[in-house]
Design a protein. Sequence first.
Length: 316
Amino acid sequence: MTPSEISLPDQEDSSLPELAEEMRAIVRYGLPVHPDRAGPHLLALPAVRARAGDLGDRASLARALEAALREELDRLNHELAPAARLLLGIDPSTAGARLTVRREAAARVAGYELHHFRKRIEPKIRDLLTGQLARAGDAARLIAPVLQPARGPLVLPADVFAWEAAEHQQALAALWGTVYLLRAELLGLAALVSMAADQPTLRAAADRSLWRHAQVLHAAASYRACYGHVLLHTAADLGPALGPAQIAASAGWTPELTPAQELLLAELADPEASLPDFTSALTAARGGSELTATWRQALTGHSLTGFGLEQEEQPA
């Protein structure tokens, strides 16, 4: 079969039982995912299609499925998560091992007798992974990566797919990190407005929120440069791709900006630069002062001129 002849079912037609059955084959052989062992319903998931470089190439889709699986295993927030990683061969101690070896290690860490684990617990793990993959491409769910307490340093296998998955998680974590920083600034600013804070304090808080918003735009642009216009596991063919404005909206309401203004902010938001550096660059940029004034007015309800608190001129 040639790549152009590959036909995948629509997401709406992919039922969980069929996905679970295809997941059984993945668990049987473990990772990496071989193209011939990846079922069509798994390959049709938005989380997989969003990562595939060529939707008509089964090998590309299989690599995308593996990347999605690695990410979901890493973020799995469940008591069976350690067993799931051992069972799939994500853990270095079971990477490349036969199913019996992986199953024994998973049963041991989960605290179950081997036969009970195979009959009762292993299906639960398959269902967990199937559900996570099926939900990963839902554009209506903006869910940040789940973090868990670490028992030791992160160890990746010497595998190109593991590195690619880690790079994607790094870009995703950086994006969400900027979103939460913006969220903190917006909450703080709203509190100051409600307390009728003085103008220098409001200016400083508004300018900090603008700085954090610019960092969101910069992180989204960096993500887009590496992975295209599809963000956060959403597939463009299943709905509008999430862009910087939608990502920022998960932090809270922000004033609507023109594409040119968003581009300017993204270009000025050097992750290594400080707030004063950003403010100075924006003030010097064409249209920067007007952008800042509009931002302050929209978020505080006041026409705030001059500099923020950090740059407030001191009296003689």
